[in-house]
Design a protein around this ligand. Sequence first.
Ligand code: G3H
Ligand code: 13P
Ligand code: ZN
Length: 311
Amino acid sequence: MPIVTSTEMFKKAYEGGYAIGAFNVNNMEIIQGITEAAAETKSPLILQVSAGARKYAKHVYLMKLIEAAESDTGLPICIHLDHGETFEVCKACVDGGFTSVMIDGSKHSFEDNIKLTRQVVEYAHAHGVVVEGELGRLSGVEDDINVAAEDSSYTNPEEVEEFVRSTSVDSLAIAIGTSHGAYKFKPGQKPQLRFDILEEISRRLPGFPIVLHGASSVVPEYVQMINDNGGNMPDAIGVPEDMLRKAASMAVCKINIDSDLRLAMTGTIRRYLSENPSHFDPRQYLSPARQNIKELVRHKLIHVLGCVDKI
Ligand code: G3H
Ligand code: 13P
Ligand code: ZN
């Protein structure tokens, strides 16, 4: 199976009422854990790379690691740029072999977002690459940019048809109450998503794939593992799994998960080092971290996204 775009994945996901997992990757162990889980469950997969991940690991390393995972597992994998902010970074990823890019113009005015998104679409489509745009603004932290809750905004359904028509994007990320990072809802606050907005958007864009960012559940077991082993995370609350399943059964075809991977990796490493204080070989603590990433992803694929056996 080759490195592919998400076009076919989204078409089948939309029709089948499930979603594709889009997992953020930064290094070899994360890529191996995710792809082993997807291969064993025969799940289509999107691996996504943020600007920060490109800076940390270098584009070429991540590209080669993902190509290695593809040839090792035989999985169809879409390689996606997560939250591209400029035409230049999107172009670099198109030129560098990614099959999908996100241009996140959500911080701009509606008109400027359209202009920037259209510019990226023209270049990407001419090179066989698909594009995700964003309308509405999530709160939370991404690449050290902190969007305060008061600066976030739900997607306005009245804008979606014009945005999609004017830009020719292939999928659209929307804001319905999720946010990036581990602190999505205030302690004591009941997690809620605006499914009415999602419904209205899908009514206006029939058959069109919608993307949900900020979709980690913030698995309590891993937060606990961090805090039991020298960490000090305040109450962290994520998106309940039943809400993600509901979104996946609707028009949401791509669900973005990063924070849960970070928590699983960090929790596992902290626990390993507390239990084995004299060990210093990175392979010893990275092996269980990779294994727990695999278990976490397997759980998401089977119980949250519903995409197993869909290759
Ligand atoms: O949406 C943000 C992702 O979690 C990526 O985070 O920009 O810190 O790599 P990052
Ligand atoms: P989380 O922080 O909820 O994992 O969201 C990740 C994301 O949206 C990446 O684009
Ligand atoms: Zn995101």
